[in-house]
Design a protein around this ligand. Structure first.
Ligand code: SAM
Length: 291
């Protein structure tokens, strides 16, 4: 009947909301990642133990089938993850899609999420931000994602494990340059909560000196706005293309994309350059014939 996503604390159990407790108590079954962890949460909340369905990266398909069977029987099934909001770098999304596809209701009891918590404490612009979760660990997928993150104008939120932090900061330093602002938010809401703020170069040095422990969110300032290219720069780029044999149209399209200027502007500059060259040639030839 109803699938209920419930946000749970990212460290401090005091962040479990009264509504989350009610929703856990009202559930016929609870879908969770780890029965011991959720058992402790229920004990803390004073909620009698409920039937638990385990869902993790390896068992999500099987869990979907079990949860759908319960929903079909008219049950109310709660979904929690080990910490934070289910569905955010945690199981949940497929359960929601399957429940919706089968015509069941989906509700949410919101709670903390490390990403949003780190965003607001970082001091970096929160007007527009983008959640990147964990970067791919290696290979071309990682390289491509790093390039995307580096070009991103919005503040980016990344999750990272402590033993991979140094590597990730080094890769971000390579991709974004030394001056990009960053915040490293660690152990949020817990005893050793700490938020380091500075540039990527300083962050890499700091993390090398103080290998951080615990759970970490990186909040990366967005790429600075590019200065619009000056007419002289556009003309020089266009000239090089024309000299290499490009048509006016092709030269303008390529330069528009390379220098991120409107194609119409690049075309006008390319055409002007061609006209000026033709005029120069004509003047030279009429000058020489008159000599
Ligand atoms: N569903 C969770 C949420 O809503 O934030 C995220 C789960 S994801 C598997 C775990 C990652 O979240 C950690 O590796 C870390 O990057 C981040 N995280 C979770 N709790 C955190 C905390 N208390 N402080 C900093 N980062 C945390």
């Amino acid at each position: 009947m109803t699938l209920v996503l419930i946000g749970t604390p990212i460290g401090n159990l005091g962040d479990l909301s009264p509504r989350a407790v009610q929703a856990l108590a009202a559930a016929d079954a609870i879908c969770c990642e780890d029965t011991r962890r959720t058992g402790r949460l229920l004990q803390h909340a004073g909620v009698e133990r409920r039937p638990l369905v385990v869902v993790n990266d390896h068992s999500e398909d099987a869990a979907v089938a079990k949860v759908l069977a319960r929903l079909d029987r008219g049950e109310r099934v709660a979904v929690v993850s080990d910490a934070g909001m289910p569905g955010i770098s945690d199981p949940g999304e497929r359960l929601v899609q399957a429940a919706l596809a089968a015509g069941h209701a989906v509700e949410v009891v919101p709670g903390p999420s490390a990403a949003v918590t780190a965003m607001v404490v970082s001091g970096l612009p929160a007007g527009r931000f983008v959640f990147e979760g964990f970067l791919p660990r290696k290979g071309s997928g990682r390289t491509a994602r790093l390039a995307e993150v580096a070009a991103e104008r919005r503040t980016a939120l990344l999750y990272e494990a402590p033993h991979r932090l140094l590597r990730t900061l080094a890769d971000l330093l390579d991709a974004c340059g030394p001056d990009r602002p960053v915040a490293v938010a660690r152990e949020l809401t817990k005893l050793h909560e700490e938020t380091w703020r500075g540039t990527l170069a300083a962050a890499a040095a700091w993390a090398a000196d103080h290998p951080p422990k615990g759970e970490i969110v990186l909040v990366l300032g967005g790429a600075p706005a590019l200065q619009p290219a000056a007419d002289d720069d556009v003309e020089q780029a266009v000239r090089e293309r024309l000299d290499a044999g490009d048509s006016v149209r092709d030269a303008a399209a390529a330069v528009a994309s390379d220098l991120r200027v409107p194609r119409r502007r690049a075309y006008a500059i390319a055409q002007r350059s061609v006209d000026a060259t033709r005029q120069g040639t004509r003047n030279r030839s009429s000058g020489s014939s008159g000599a």
